[in-house]
Design a protein around this ligand. Structure first.
Ligand SMILES: Cc1cc2nc3c(=O)[nH]c(=O)nc-3n(C[C@H](O)[C@H](O)[C@H](O)COP(=O)(O)OP(=O)(O)OC[C@H]3O[C@@H](n4cnc5c(N)ncnc54)[C@H](O)[C@@H]3O)c2cc1C
Length: 373
């Protein structure tokens, strides 16, 4: 039997954006889908992501191409309703640390060399493209990338799950740590933590930073470099910011409800991981990040953190995405990547195609899991 004939019922492990997007694309193609997740949807990285949609800076060409396809799919979704508060294309603003203006210039040269839309700005010109930014915070050179956007992933997950329900997908919440069932070398389904088995013709492991742990019992090694990260959501205020900002002390993006989403990495050492797997950070560090964000905004508003979430940011060992079927365990596929916000829609589309047809997609060829073995 061909993979196409056999892969009719797919079990997807992981209720983050990659699992949800792939599940919906599978349903659109006529598959039967069971989506199982440990607790609730968007419980991990998807629920605490900066989710800046971009392919800025330097990376391998295949990764850049895939990210551009990722941005393209979001533009299509955006065009279907530009009024959605949770998906906007208002550009991205970026600059380097003081004294490193040459880094900004070389990044701009690199971006323009492959036609990534990239414009240099000075403090005098920046607010024409990025309203509400404090000119005084901007160094002599900054880059504005007008083609970039942002998404609120929890809202996108809700949006996709409406289609999931309408197409008859089965959702299993609080499934605990789900494992892949292998019989005679092939993946034949999954087992939830309560012991219940779900038979399937194919399985997708889309467990974010936990993906390498889920496939390890199958004898498959996937490198894991997922760091600890934090996303802060501010209290609502009239900020007027439209662009995503990536600056040396704070990354800032607009968020639904007149709030901002903030992240960075300078406070990583202040995060404590507890024995029960939870994380904490001193409140004053969170406020310091909010203060750094305030310094970027016109009038230095009083930015107050409302909530913050800490956990692992999924990053494969070599920084490149991991997509595809495990050669060692036919019928078992993995989707594990950094920039899973940017890739969320296109990765779900391409993975669903590979799972149902068995035809490897050329855009995913360099990202196979076997490179770690
Ligand atoms: C702070 C931060 C900033 C980021 N910024 C950006 C950005 O600017 N641009 C961008 O493109 N991307 C960004 N990302 C990355 C992006 O958010 C992630 O790549 C993406 O959300 C990952 O989605 P996922 O579905 O792979 O994993 P996750 O969202 O982590 O979901 C995995 C799910 O699987 C479940 N699970 C795990 N193990 C099991 C198991 N054994 N059984 C059942 N369920 C299981 C988990 O509970 C979880 O719900 C950022 C991430 C973070 C954390």
């Amino acid at each position: 039997m061909s993979v196409e004939e056999s892969a009719k019922h797919v079990a997807v492990i992981g209720g983050g954006i990659l699992g949800v997007s792939t599940a919906v694309h599978l349903l659109r193609k006529g598959a039967t889908v069971t989506l199982l997740t440990e607790t609730h949807l968007a419980s991990e990285a998807t629920g605490r992501s900066l989710s800046w949609l971009n392919s800025a800076g330097e990376r391998s060409r295949p990764y850049h191409d895939l990210r551009m396809a990722g941005v393209d799919r979001y533009r299509t979704l955006y065009a279907s309703d530009p009024t959605r508060e949770w998906l906007q294309f208002s550009g991205g603003l970026q600059w380097a640390e003081p004294g490193h203006e040459t880094d900004t210039l070389s990044r701009h040269s690199y971006e323009t060399a492959h036609a990534y839309d990239s414009h240099l700005h000075t403090p005098e010109t920046v607010t024409a493209v990025a309203p509400a930014v404090d000119r005084k915070a901007v160094p002599s050179q900054a880059i504005f990338n007008p083609g970039e956007g942002w998404v609120s992933l929890p809202d996108l997950v809700d949006f996709l799950m409406e289609e999931f329900d309408a197409l008859g997908g089965e959702l299993v919440l609080n499934a605990g740590k789900v494992t892949v069932v292998v019989e005679d070398g092939d993946a034949t389904g999954v087992t939830a933590a309560d012991g219940r088995n779900y038979a399937a013709d194919a399985v997708l492991v889309a467990c974010g930073a936990a993906t390498p742990d889920v496939v390890a019992p199958l004898g498959v090694t996937i490198g894991n470099a997922s760091p600890i990260s934090m996303l802060v959501i501010t209290k609502p205020f009239d900020h007027g910011l439209k662009a995503v900002m990536n600056t040396p002390r704070a990354a800032v993006r607009p968020n639904p409800g007149n709030t901002l989403a903030l992240d960075h990495d300078w406070y990583e050492a202040d995060i404590t991981e507890h024995d029960d797997g939870t994380f904490s950070i001193p409140d004053d560090i969170v406020q310091e990040l909010a203060n750094e964000a305030a310094k970027l905004l016109d009038g230095t508003p009083d930015v107050k953190p409302a909530s913050w979430k800490i956990g692992r940011k999924p990053i494969p060992g070599d920084g490149e995405p991991v997509f595809g079927q495990l050669k060692k365990v036919p019928g078992c596929f993995v989707a594990f990547t950094h920039s899973g916000a940017t890739l969320g829609l296109v990765a779900g589309e391409l993975m669903a195609g590979e799972i149902l047809t068995g035809n490897p997609h050329p855009m995913l060829e360099t990202f196979r899991p076997e490179r770690f073995s």
